[in-house]
Design a protein around this ligand. Structure first.
Ligand SMILES: C[S@@+](CC[C@H](N)C(=O)[O-])C[C@H]1O[C@@H](n2cnc3c(N)ncnc32)[C@H](O)[C@@H]1O
Length: 306
């Protein structure tokens, strides 16, 4: 099995931060508030697990594949409900973390995975990973659609007929400027250009352009069942993370930063990420991007019927 680890995985860098602010099996994607924004974050994440598993028609004993499983929150929810979860991630530390806690997780990039190695599944979820599958360079080279097609073809192969795929992903919002116009140093009156430029400077991934694009590309493989918009939920989730980080005592925050810098300083991509982070005040960037509709967010249920 190929193990594409990741001197440069941002999840490895961020490991200690997420575990600090989010506890055990941290979810690091949008929670499910269902319009009730006074709900505590942990409750909203648990509600997401219930909602997703009910949407894919999960039953005890089912085998569920989680593509981009992170630190295993969904796999833990599946296990708790007497299911059997299998997770893929490209972060070495996430694999170690999950395995230590009894979850079946592989260092596997789905693009290189042998689709015959893992058997067929009763459900597939992919939460906050789809937006990472295409890089800005691949987008510029016109390869985005091919990558998404390959993803749906892979999921189609892995899923039993009649079963469901759940996809949660960021997309670009409607207030987004063209690729050529983006610039983190744009003047303040070109605010949306700055936000998008900053997101790009910070990340090596390029989200899909819209929910419609995703559903269209999936159509040869999956029937669209339903979708909901999670833009406000993501803005709220970022606000909660921001507040939690600010609640960590100053000295502890400082030590965590120092430890991360010392550990990763020699990795060139880490230095690049940190430079961009400082330049763009990234801790508030994504919340702002969702609030300003530079980014949008989709949660889509599909079914394999053929
Ligand atoms: C933002 S995290 C989301 C983690 C988790 N699903 C959650 O909701 O907390 C994205 C995850 O996708 C994984 N990932 C990104 N690209 C991947 C790929 N090509 N194959 C497998 N996993 C991938 C990362 O390693 C990471 O675990």
């Amino acid at each position: 099995m190929k193990t594409p680890i990741t001197a440069g995985s941002c999840y490895d860098y961020a490991n200690d931060y997420w575990l600090k602010i989010n506890g055990d099996f941290p979810d690091i994607t949008a929670a499910f508030y269902n319009k009730n924004f006074s709900k505590p974050l942990n409750q909203a994440q648990n509600d997401k697990h219930d909602w997703v598993l009910s949407g894919i028609d999960f039953r005890p004993g089912d085998r569920i594949l989680d593509i981009g499983c992170g630190w295993g929150p969904m796999l833990a929810a599946v296990k708790e409900r007497n299911g059997r979860g299998v997770g893929f991630t490209i972060s070495d530390l996430q694999v170690q973390y999950c395995r230590k806690r009894g979850l079946e997780v592989y260092a596997e990039d789905w693009k290189d995975a042998d689709a015959n190695q893992y058997g067929k599944f009763d459900g597939i979820v992919s939460i906050g990973a789809f937006e990472h599958f295409c890089s800005p360079e691949e987008f510029k080279d016109g390869r985005q659609e091919r990558i998404y097609k390959q993803f749906f073809s892979f999921c189609h192969h892995m899923l039993k007929t009649g079963k469901h795929l759940f996809l949660q992903t960021m997309t670009w919002g409607y207030k987004v400027p063209e690729f050529e116009e983006i610039n983190p140093d744009a003047p303040l009156n070109l605010y949306h250009h700055r936000i998008r430029g900053a997101i790009l400077g910070l990340s090596s991934w390029w989200p899909p352009s819209s929910e419609e694009q995703i559903i269209d590309i999936a159509a040869p493989y999956f029937d669209f069942i339903e979708s909901s918009n999670g833009r406000e939920d993501y803005a709220q989730t970022f606000l909660e993370w921001h507040n939690r980080w600010r609640e960590v005592p100053f000295l502890e925050r400082w030590l965590l930063d120092a430890k991360t810098y010392l550990k990763y300083y020699s990795a060139p991509d880490f230095r690049k990420i940190m430079r961009n982070y400082k330049k763009t005040r990234a801790d508030e960037l994504f919340r702002e991007a969702f609030s300003q509709e530079v980014l949008n967010h989709s949660r889509i249920f599909f079914q394999k019927n053929r």
